[in-house]
Design a protein around this ligand. Structure first.
Ligand code: PMP
Length: 460
């Protein structure tokens, strides 16, 4: 791509950005002396910035979103056609694309039956919290209102979603948090809280039960978990964990909510992360990969059993779910999502994800042999983490600035990777990788080659 040939004056754009845009999750002080990075174009797994520099994007649009890659004209066509036919109507009425996508989605989610549309992951999760609170009021005499979330998990940026964030540094400046949210311990075996034990998975799940008993089972309505923790360190739950979690939820009549905002729609090589573990959730939320960022859409999916609890009856006309999301009625969302799913199916991207994910983990393990700074490699499909430690025995995390130096060096080499980002005190030491599901062997090898070079440069 030749940016110099573009008609718009890119200098003006950079200055307009510097003067008027407030970037997400960004310290702006450096922009007083360096230019903000502006991306101009994307194709497949590659993006180009305003200087014309090309990057191999190992993060699917920076935050594991663009699952089918950039520049998909068939999705753009589907969105355009939909916008011309009907761009919007409040979702208290239905739409053709909304009905078709819901049907298609449910066909991939045995046991689930209803899709509630909104437009961000945070919002999709808050819908669940609201449903649970409404069920507590209507069906449990005001009990069962508490929401359990797990240390190191993240569920969104709005205040109630933040109240369910197990990432202390994300929430510490935004209190007070709303009440009724209770943390359970993480399940990262590499940093076991229980010493070296054979049954870590089961033990980590039992820790949830201990919190339930402490709080009182009749106060707890929901357990909200990521299937594989994303920004909290790419944590693949240990063997035996999910079976026990499901058992505990059933034992205490607690609904299980799986936050698939990152893992959903192919990231781990199955349609949904939870399907790796044979669990049967009551709620599943998803956002990023649903339409790969071609339109804003998120979904809160639940069972017929839950849905039935919101049906009107003569005695209680206020029993329906008293919630609306204006842009949950944008029909471009489901139109893009339908085409996104078709691409994943027709191009065999789930199988590709499994194969390329294996290669990515294999390459990272090979790097581990050459670089003592890699303490642990974790992965599920095209979703991998490499934890950097100063000492493999003590597992002391390397300083965050060194992790950021690795990320910066990869970017200088033209490869975009990520890291746990100022969310966990002392533990922002995991490199994160989530390439698009279309990745080829050469892409995977290019990513890990850049990481290897960066590790040599930063750590010797
Ligand atoms: N859940 C998880 C697991 C996430 O990673 C995120 C975003 N990173 C969210 C929820 C919130 O999604 P959104 O930014 O679309 O509100």
């Amino acid at each position: 791509m030749n940016i110099a040939a573009q008609p718009n004056d890119i200098r003006d754009v950079i200055e307009a950005d510097r003067a008027n845009v407030w970037h997400h999750l960004t310290q702006h002080k450096p922009f007083e002396t360096v230019d903000p990075r502006i991306f101009v174009e994307g194709k497949g797994m590659r993006v180009w910035d305003a200087t014309g520099k090309e990057y191999l994007d190992a993060l699917s649009g920076g935050v594991w979103t663009v699952n089918v890659g950039f520049g998909r004209t068939s999705i753009a066509d589907a969105v355009r056609d939909q916008l011309v036919q009907l761009n919007y109507f409040a979702n208290s009425a239905g739409s053709i694309a909304g009905a078709k996508f819901a049907q298609k989605l449910i066909s991939k989610m045995p046991g689930m039956s209803r899709v509630y549309y909104s437009n961000s992951g945070s919002e999709a999760n808050e819908k669940v919290f609201k449903m649970v609170r409404q069920m507590a009021h209507r069906h449990h005499g005001g009990k069962k209102y508490k929401i359990l979330y797990r240390e190191r998990d993240y569920h969104g940026t709005t205040i109630a979603a933040l109240a369910a964030a197990g990432q202390q540094q994300r929430r510490e400046q935004y209190g007070p948090m709303p009440p009724g949210f209770v943390e359970v311990p993480h399940c990262l075996e590499y940093r076991s809280q229980y010493g070296e034990i054979d049954n870590y998975g089961e033990r980590a799940a039992e820790a949830i039960e201990e919190v339930i008993l402490r709080e009182g089972p009749d106060t707890i309505g929901l357990l909200c978990l990521e299937p594989v923790t994303a920004g909290g360190g790419v944590i693949v739950p240990p063997k035996g964990y999910w079976e026990k979690v499901q058992e505990i939820c059933r034992k205490y009549d607690i609904l299980l909510h799986i936050d698939e905002v990152v893992c959903g729609v192919g990231r781990t090589g199955l349609w949904f992360g939870y399907q790796n573990y044979g669990i049967e959730p009551d709620f599943v939320t998803m956002a990023k990969g649903v339409a790969s960022g071609y339109a804003a859409i998120s979904c809160t999916v639940t069972t017929e059993k839950v849905f039935e609890m919101f049906k009107d009856d003569a005695d209680d006309p206020m029993s329906y779910f008293r919630d609306i999301s204006t842009f949950g009625g944008c029909v471009a969302g489901p139109a893009a999502a339908l085409e996104n799913m078709r691409i994943i199916e027709d191009e065999g991207l789930l199988d590709n994800t499994l194969a390329m994910g294996k290669r990515l983990v294999g390459n990272l393990e090979a790097l581990m042999e050459r670089h003592a700074v890699i303490g642990d490699v974790r992965g599920a499909g095209l979703f991998c983490g490499a934890e950097l430690v100063a000492d493999r025995k003590t597992k002391e995390p390397v300083a965050e600035k060194l992790v950021q130096a690795v990320v910066a060096d990869c970017a200088a080499q033209g490869v975009i990777i990520g890291a746990t980002n100022r969310s966990l005190p002392g533990l922002n030491n995991t490199l994160c990788l989530a390439p698009a599901l279309i990745a080829k062997e050469t892409d995977i090898d290019g990513i890990t080659e850049a990481i290897g070079k960066a590790l040599t440069k930063v750590f010797g």
